[in-house]
Design a protein around this ligand. Structure first.
Ligand code: ATP
Ligand code: MG
Length: 390
């Protein structure tokens, strides 16, 4: 008989348990998009170490040790994992991708060393270990700097924009009490990019890769607002450049699973902003716009299954639904609109869900997005308007 924590016991045998470290929306979507493969997927609350159902977060009748013992594979939904939990997962011999990849995603200093080691272009930067380094950074990098914490940054948290000598004075006084030993900072030259793109790819256990088309991303306040896929105006050379960078990084990390790379485009050059060793917000469009979603492909990869096709099946706009309560059901009167709601408590700046809008042509897609905008709360509509000329 299946153990009590199995939620779909009829499909399970004894070694198809997938344990995901982290129990947020990414774990939830990995569950929702791949439980149909006959896998049993549970999530771990990285703080309490409880095993939970990834959808409704019910605490399951299994300890972390039991879950690790029973697991066929352990993976993660995010890189900011407590170090002891990551070490324990790695020690089990079942963790994919691997601790090295997670560290590179979690720590900007490790990430930059990795990018240097594979000769991949990224933002010019200075490591800031004290206030005096900030002056050096502004001499080296010029007046426009983005200062970032080396760890724990996401959605633009842990960043300071320094665009003038006054900003520099202000930020220095804010950082007076900062413990640089505990949390070094990284100052980056602010890149005057033409646009932001990302590549989401997936690598299987044998090192075979599949790539989704490049995605165009629009941010406000350091947080993703809108993704368009496949990105418009992409040449074969640009796609190839992105895929070559992915291969270098993935091979250096001995990677398995979904890996995302964020880029700044400057003319025909791609500069890496950062990497994410996991499923990524800019890949959420694949749920409606590709043969196989990024979530299913990550689970396929780590479970040792053949990868699914990554071809785009339509044009998609992914709109992040941030800091507002659920939209009224009227939204569903608009055709080709799919809401993905994460069931979290509303907080300012918190990602509550996303909306995937599909269209058979970019023009048709734009028309539908303009209609969707009318159903959004004002704050979201205001962020979206300039991006869709509306
Ligand atoms: P997330 O986890 O949501 O991807 P994050 O908090 O890790 O974000 P970054 O990706 O480093 O942060 O930065 C967020 C956004 O800020 C970028 O997508 C970009 O719009 C802007 N940004 C970051 N670094 C630079 C830079 N060096 N030059 C110009 N813009 C930048
Ligand atoms: Mg980013």
């Amino acid at each position: 008989m299946a153990p009590p924590y199995f939620s779909n016991s009829s499909l399970n045998d004894d070694n198809n348990l997938v344990v995901i470290l982290g129990h947020g929306q990414l774990a939830r979507m990995m569950y929702l998009e791949s439980t149909q493969l006959g896998l049993n997927i549970i999530a771990v609350n990285a703080n309490t170490r409880e095993c939970v159902n990834p959808v409704d977060k019910t605490v399951l009748n299994i300890t972390l040790d039991e879950a690790f013992d029973d697991a066929a594979v352990i993976t993660s939904e995010f890189e900011h994992l407590p170090l002891d939990l990551l070490a324990k997962a790695e020690l089990s011999g079942k963790f994919l991708p691997n601790a090295k990849a997670i560290h590179a995603g979690a720590d900007r200093i490790v990430e930059k060393k990795l990018l240097d080691s594979v000769n991949v272009r990224h933002c010019q930067n200075v490591i800031v270990n004290g206030l005096s380094d900030l002056d050096k950074a502004s001499e080296t990098l010029g007046e426009r700097i983005i200062l970032k914490t080396s760890r724990d940054g996401y959605d633009g948290y842990g960043q300071w924009r320094i665009f003038s000598p006054q900003d520099l004075v202000g930020v220095k006084s804010q950082l007076n009490e900062h413990n640089f030993e505990k949390m070094p900072l990284v100052a980056e030259r602010c890149i005057n990019f033409e646009r932001e793109l990302s590549l989401v790819g997936v690598t299987d256990k044998n090192g075979n890769h599949k790539f989704y088309p490049l995605t165009e991303n629009h941010h406000a306040d350091g947080q993703l607002v809108l993704s368009l896929a496949p990105a418009p105006r992409v040449t074969l050379e640009l796609e190839q450049q992105a895929q070559d960078i992915y291969k270098k990084i993935s091979e250096q990390l001995d990677y398995c699973g979904v890996l995302a790379i964020e880029f700044f485009q400057l003319k025909d050059q791609l500069i890496v902003n950062e990497i994410a060793p996991r499923v990524h917000n800019s890949g959420h469009w694949t749920q409606q716009g590709s043969v196989t979603s990024q979530f299913e492909n990550h689970i396929r990869a780590v479970a040792g299954y053949p990868l699914g096709e990554t071809r785009a099946t339509s044009c998609v706009a992914m709109i992040n639904y941030v800091g507002q309560s659920k939209p009224k059901a009227d939204l569903f009167t608009v055709p080709n609109v799919h809401l993905h709601w994460y069931d979290k408590q509303v907080r300012p700046k918190r990602k509550m869900g996303h909306i995937n809008v599909t269209g058979s042509t970019p023009a048709q897609l734009l028309e539908t997005v303009k209609t969707v905008k009318n159903f959004l709360p004002d704050a979201l509509a205001t962020n979206l308007a300039p991006l869709i000329n509306n």
